[in-house]
Design a protein around this ligand. Structure first.
Ligand code: ZN
Ligand code: ZN
Ligand code: ZN
Length: 241
C-alpha cells in the first residue's frame, strides 16, 4: 500500500507516525541551502482512494490554508507536482519524499521572499500536462530555451509566434508556410506549419497552455487570496470585481 511504501522510506529530516491504517502524522525539519534549519512543519498524510494527500495538521498554522501561487489547494492539500500522490509504491515512494522536501523548501522561500522559486514552477491544473508536452516538443525542435523564455518572460520567437495563431482554431495561420518554431525535416528543409501541427508545435501548445492557465484562475476567482505573495492573480480578480 502507498502509505507503507512511504513509511518504509522516511528520510532523516522527517518523523513518521501512523495514526490509522490510512493516515499518518509527519513532522519535518529540513536543512536549507544556507545550512540553517527550516521551521517545524507538522503534517498529516492521508491515503484516500488511490491518492496520497498531505496537509498541514492544523490548517493555517505555518502555511496559508489556501494559495494557488504556493501550490496549496482549496482543500488545504499540497500540490507536490503533477499526480505526485498517485500510484505510490516501493519504487516511487522516495520520489514522493523528494517532492515534499522541495515543496517545503519552496514554502520557506515564499514566506521570506513572497515569491515561489520559478525553477520549481510547473503550470497549474491541466496546464501542467500541456507544459510537459510543449517542453518535449520544444526539445525536439531545438527550441528549449525559447520555450522557457516564452513561459517565464513572454519573450522570444515562441512568444512572438503566438500572435500568428488563429484564436478560434488554436492553429497557426498560413499552414503552407514554414513553421515559426523552426522545426526542420531531416533534410534540413523547414517543416510547414500544418506538418508541424501534427507533431505538436510548441507555439500552438503554448497557446493551449495559456488558455488552460486562464481557465484555472477563472475557476478560482471566487476564492480569496491569502495575501502572502507579492503577486497573485487572485488579488487582481479581487480588485477588478
Ligand atoms: Zn496566496
Ligand atoms: Zn500546483
Ligand atoms: Zn512548429
Amino acid at each position: 500500500m502507498a502509505l507503507d511504501a512511504i513509511a518504509d522510506t522516511v528520510p532523516p529530516w522527517a518523523e513518521f507516525r501512523w495514526i490509522g491504517t490510512r493516515a499518518a502524522e509527519v513532522d519535518a525539519v529540513l536543512v536549507r541551502s544556507s545550512g540553517a534549519f527550516t521551521r517545524l512543519f507538522e503534517l498529516e498524510v492521508l491515503h484516500l482512494a488511490d491518492e496520497v494527500t498531505v496537509y498541514e495538521r492544523v490548517r493555517g498554522k505555518t502555511l496559508p490554508t489556501f494559495c494557488p501561487e504556493r501550490h496549496i489547494n482549496a482543500d488545504g492539500s499540497f500540490c507536490l507536482g503533477l499526480r505526485a500522490g498517485q500510484g505510490i509504491n516501493s519504487a516511487t515512494a522516495a520520489t514522493w519524499w523528494t517532492k515534499l522536501h522541495a515543496f517545503l523548501l519552496c514554502q520557506e522561500t515564499a514566506a521570506e521572499a513572497r515569491l515561489w522559486p520559478s525553477s520549481a514552477q510547473l503550470s497549474h491544473g491541466d496546464a501542467g500536462d500541456i507544459e510537459l508536452l510543449a517542453e518535449q516538443a520544444a526539445a525536439e525542435t531545438g527550441a528549449s530555451a525559447a520555450y522557457r523564455d516564452a513561459v517565464e518572460f513572454d519573450i522570444g520567437p515562441i512568444a512572438a509566434g503566438l500572435s500568428r495563431i488563429n484564436k478560434a482554431t488554436g492553429r497557426l495561420r498560413n499552414g503552407r508556410s514554414s513553421c515559426l518554431c523552426g522545426r526542420k525535416h531531416r533534410t534540413g528543409k523547414p517543416l510547414l506549419r500544418r506538418e508541424c501541427q501534427c507533431l505538436g508545435c510548441p507555439i500552438e501548445l503554448e497557446f493551449k497552455r495559456r488558455a488552460a492557465v486562464d481557465r484555472f484562475w477563472r475557476s478560482m476567482s471566487s476564492l480569496q487570496c491569502c495575501g502572502t505573495m507579492l503577486e497573485c492573480p487572485l488579488k487582481a480578480t479581487a480588485l477588478s470585481s
